[in-house]
Design a protein. Structure first.
Length: 506
């Protein structure tokens, strides 16, 4: 039997092509499997695990994998510490009880016969040992009566006179500014929904229906709108602001399902007396941020969400990335990884070195100019080496893998991530704003949804005032009480400005 060599060679060639295609298909499926497994582990971790990144640095392994790093820089990236013996973890120091808190003194003294010495002399008091505990006293309620005497002329039986009613926060309502402030703080600061507040009042024997509480919040939020407007202007007129957004479920939106997600946009800026403004919007469209920041000129810091791309075409705005978002992608990989080595842990070393410099500036209370020069001296070389490391590992990681995604995210946003070096006032990340959004996220887990668009706008107003108070070191309840007592008297913009958390006299 004669063998056709050409035909056989063609058959072999076709078989080799089929095998190659199958191998490529197997590799694709394998990468997809790894990707799905990583996503499953991350989703499980988000639901049941901790979101903290404090343990991701617990590795003393570092392998540059072909990247040459200078000795001094390598020392900055190395997180090992030589210690003789071991280090004992310090217990946190308890904050002292405030001195102005009312104290109930209970004296525990020895008996009179015990105050005599064995020699017969009288013992002399040389000091005392004091231990303090905190006693809880349930809230006390009081009623404010507005009494207005009436006067009339007895002979004429006419000319009746009575003093006018003072300007009340909510006329014809039983709510004082203190009660309204308590309701606001309970819901938006302590995350207690209104129906639970109603149950608390019921236990105290007070008829306080949820509808009344809701009505107070809606009306007061309208009164506070000029304050929010001024806080927005404070952000716009300054040349550095941060922006972020998060989801919220709002009922009864026109033309939308109750299951459709809406958004709360958040902005922070204003310099040494910063403002934080929440804004409710139905969608995540970038035009909301563009409208809010209309007229803004300066540095805009955010994550890499495309909704902020409008700033790329504006010569007056310089976009700044968030290093924490880039770090988080590597940190997530470490949380689900079973090994103590790997590309993710190598990348985290660079982030740790960068944040160590930020801590140095913060602990040293450096001025913005000093922080600018510190970053130029120490952060720039680290970022240069990090870029080399990223480029070196780009082709070593599958595109669909989590580590590949993290490396490509960092590289694609590299210019934005480096822009914080341009000004010492700019933070390395968006964490200050994310910390302001966190209370909203905690509250969302309790009240789950907002009952209406007007309720969502009211919530945005109160979160604005509360978080602006916090960032300026003002106690929110005291601020609300003081502000609500005076807001009805405001006429001009200057009157409202005096009631902002940054300027109010409590």
């Amino acid at each position: 039997m004669k063998i056709d060599i050409k035909k056989l060679a063609k058959t072999v060639e076709e078989l080799e092509k089929i095998i190659l295609l199958q191998q490529q298909e197997i590799i694709t499926y394998k990468e997809r499997y790894i990707r799905l497994l990583e996503e499953f582990k991350l989703e499980k971790l988000r639901h049941y695990g901790t979101s903290s990144e404090k343990n991701i640095y617990q590795s003393d392994l570092f392998d540059e994998s072909g990247v040459d790093i200078e000795g001094e820089l390598k020392d900055q990236l190395d997180d090992t510490i030589d210690v003789d013996g071991y280090q004992r973890k310090k217990h946190p120091i308890r904050r002292p009880i405030p001195k102005d808190m009312l104290r109930e003194v209970i004296l525990h003294d020895i008996a009179e016969y015990e105050k005599l010495c064995d020699c017969g002399a009288q013992l002399v008091r040389i000091g005392e040992a004091i231990s303090e505990q905190i006693k809880y006293i349930p809230a006390k309620l009081s009623v404010v009566q507005h009494v207005r005497p009436k006067y009339a002329c007895r002979p004429c039986q006419e000319n009746v006179k009575i003093a006018p009613m003072p300007s009340l926060l909510l006329p014809k309502s039983i709510a004082t500014p203190e009660l309204v402030a308590h309701t606001i703080i309970a819901k938006y600061c302590d995350h207690i929904p209104l129906y639970r507040q109603q149950n608390i009042w019921d236990r105290l024997g007070i008829d306080m229906p949820r509808s009344s509480l809701c009505g107070w919040l809606l009306k007061v939020s309208e009164l506070c709108e000029p304050l929010v407007k001024l806080l927005r202007e404070n952000i716009i007129t300054y040349d550095y602001t941060q922006a972020d957004e998060t989801t919220v479920q709002v009922l009864d939106e026109v033309g939308r399902s109750n299951k459709t997600k809406s958004y709360i946009w958040c902005y922070r800026g204003g310099g040494v007396r910063p403002s934080i403004v929440y804004e409710y919007q139905e969608t995540r469209g970038g035009y909301h941020a563009e409208e809010f920041l209309s007229g803004f000129k300066g540095y805009l810091q955010s994550d890499a969400y495309s909704g902020y791309n409008f700033a790329n075409a504006d010569d007056d705005i310089v976009r700044v990335g968030c290093m924490a978002h880039a770090r988080r992608k590597f940190a997530d990989i470490i949380k689900i990884a079973k090994t103590t080595n790997g590309f993710a842990r190598e990348a985290i070393k660079f982030f740790k070195a960068l944040y160590k410099i930020e801590n140095e500036a913060r602990d040293g209370n450096l001025s913005s100019q000093a922080r600018f020069h510190l970053r130029k001296e120490k952060s720039t070389p680290i970022l240069k080496s990090f870029k080399t490391w990223l480029d070196n590992h780009l082709t070593k990681t599958p595109v669909q893998s989590k580590i590949g995604e993290a490396i490509r995210y960092t590289l694609s946003n590299w210019e934005l991530l480096n822009n914080y070096l341009q000004d010492g006032r700019i933070e390395i990340d968006n964490n200050l704003l994310e910390n302001a959004i966190r209370p909203f996220a905690l509250g969302r887990k309790n009240w789950i949804f907002m009952g209406s668009p007007s309720g969502a706008r009211a919530g945005a107003t109160f979160y604005t005032l509360i978080e602006t108070c916090k960032t300026n070191g003002i106690e929110p309840y005291q601020y609300l009480c003081s502000m609500l007592h005076r807001i009805r008297e405001c006429i001009t913009e200057e009157d409202y400005k005096k009631l902002l958390p940054q300027f109010i006299q409590i």
